[in-house]
Write a protein that binds this ligand. Structure first.
Ligand SMILES: [Zn+2]
Length: 139
């Protein structure tokens, strides 16, 4: 029997591929689909969060001082969340550009291929596990 790894995308249907698989055109296309889906999801989240922040802003005139502070705090949090989503969208867009350029799946630091298992967890990953953990250590 051929050993298999299950590629499971968060919250999504998974595909089963053989272990030791290389990133060929077909698999790259699977990642492209995942990235496009992710891009849609994050954009939708960002859009709905933006309108929620507007509602908070409108409510501020009608609520008391304490709840106003709550509202401001909530607003700061959603702003931070919005920035995080913006960064995620940029990462996704960059990954899609790398697919178009044909160098998707290569580590940006050492040029070695990023493990497929790592890409399934984060299709927008830019570093191989070794370079990523080396950067973690530097902090
Ligand atoms: Zn690397």
């Amino acid at each position: 029997m051929v050993p298999q790894v299950i590629i499971q995308f968060p919250r999504r249907k998974f595909s089963i591929v053989q272990a030791g698989i290389v990133l060929d055109d077909k698999l790259t296309d699977v990642f492209r689909q995942q990235l496009l889906q992710l891009q849609q999801d994050v954009s939708a989240l960002k859009a709905s969060a933006a309108s929620a922040a507007e509602i908070v802003a409108l409510d501020q005139t009608s609520v008391g001082r304490l709840s106003r502070m709550d509202a401001l705090q909530g607003q700061a949090m959603s702003l931070e969340q919005g920035r995080r989503r913006e960064r995620e969208l940029q990462k996704i867009a960059a990954a899609l550009r790398r697919i178009e350029a044909g160098d998707y799946g290569d580590c940006l630091a050492c040029d070695e291929p990023i493990a497929i298992e790592r890409l399934t967890l984060d299709p927008a990953a830019t570093l191989c596990i070794r370079c990523a953990s080396a950067r973690e250590d530097q902090r």
